[in-house]
Design a protein around this ligand. Structure first.
Ligand code: ADE
Length: 225
C-alpha cells in the first residue's frame, strides 16, 4: 500500500513512522510512505502557504495553489483510491473505516492547519473527510499518524501471529478481555485460575464472558449497533 501525506510540518510525521511496527511495515515493503512538504509547491514569492479569509474573521486559511499543485502532480503519476482530508468536521474514525481503507492500494492524506483549507480543495479534490475524535488538534498531522497506524497494522503480513489484529478490541464490536502474564502471583494478586487450567474450551468461554462484561460496562453503545 502506498500512502502520500501532504503537510506543512513534515518533521512532525517522521517520528511515528520510524519505529516498531510502522518501520517494519516499510522495511518489509507493505507500506510505501511519502511525506510531501506543501511549502515546496508554492508559487508565492514569499513562500506563503496561507492567506486571510475572504469576508474577514480570525484565522488564516491554507491556500489552494500549493495543495492543488501537489495533488495534481501525484494524481498524474498514478490512480488514487481516496484523497482524504483530516478535519474535526469529518466522519468519525471507526475500526470499520480502518478495515475498509486497509484494502486500498494508493491513498493521499491532506493535513489541515489554522482555520482549514480553502473550501474549493474539499469540493474538487477530496473524496473523504475523517476526524479522529470530537476535539480540535493544532493540525491534521497527529490525526494522519493515528489514521495510518490504524490502517497499516491491518495490512496482511504487517503483524505477526502474536500481535494478530483479529483479536483486537472493536474487531467484533467487543472490547478485548483482560490479559495476564507471569508471574502467577504478585504481591498476593493472583491470575484468574481458569487461565492456568490448560482447558482451552473453558478459557475461550471465560474470555468471551469477560469481553462482553467489559463492553457492557464501558461501551454499551457498541452492543446496540
Ligand atoms: N485536525 C484538527 N482536529 C482534528 C481531528 N479531531 N481529527 C482529524 N483532524 C483534525
Amino acid at each position: 500500500m502506498r500512502i502520500d501525506i501532504l503537510t506543512i510540518l513534515p518533521d512532525l510525521l517522521q517520528g511515528p513512522f520510524s519505529d516498531s511496527i510502522m518501520q517494519r511495515a516499510q522495511d518489509k515493503g507493505h507500506l510505501e510512505l511519502h511525506i510531501h512538504n506543501i511549502r515546496d509547491y508554492t508559487e508565492d514569492k514569499h513562500n506563503r502557504i496561507d492567506d486571510y479569509q475572504y469576508g474577514g474573521g480570525a484565522g488564516m486559511v491554507m491556500s489552494i495553489q500549493p495543495i492543488s499543485a501537489v495533488i495534481e502532480k501525484l494524481t498524474a503519476e498514478r490512480n488514487y483510491d481516496e484523497i482524504i482530508y483530516m478535519t474535526p468536521d469529518g466522519e468519525l474514525l471507526e475500526q470499520s473505516t480502518c478495515n475498509e481503507l486497509s484494502l486500498l492500494k494508493n491513498i493521499i492524506i491532506l493535513c489541515g492547519h489554522y482555520k482549514g483549507v480553502d473550501e474549493r480543495i474539499r469540493e474538487h479534490y477530496i473524496t473523504r473527510e475523517i476526524s479522529i475524535g470530537s476535539y480540535v488538534l493544532s493540525g491534521g498531522e497527529l490525526g494522519a499518524a493515528v489514521l495510518v497506524d490504524s490502517i497499516v497494522r491491518l495490512v496482511p503480513g504487517v503483524l505477526n501471529d502474536e500481535t494478530s489484529a483479529l483479536t483486537d478490541s472493536f474487531q467484533d464490536q467487543l472490547l478485548s478481555p483482560p490479559v495476564y502474564t507471569r508471574p502467577p502471583e504478585f504481591n498476593g494478586w493472583k491470575v484468574p485460575e481458569v487461565l492456568l487450567s490448560g482447558d482451552f474450551g473453558k478459557i475461550e468461554q471465560w474470555r468471551e464472558e469477560k469481553a462482553l462484561e467489559r463492553t457492557k460496562q464501558r461501551r454499551p453503545d457498541l452492543l446496540e449497533e
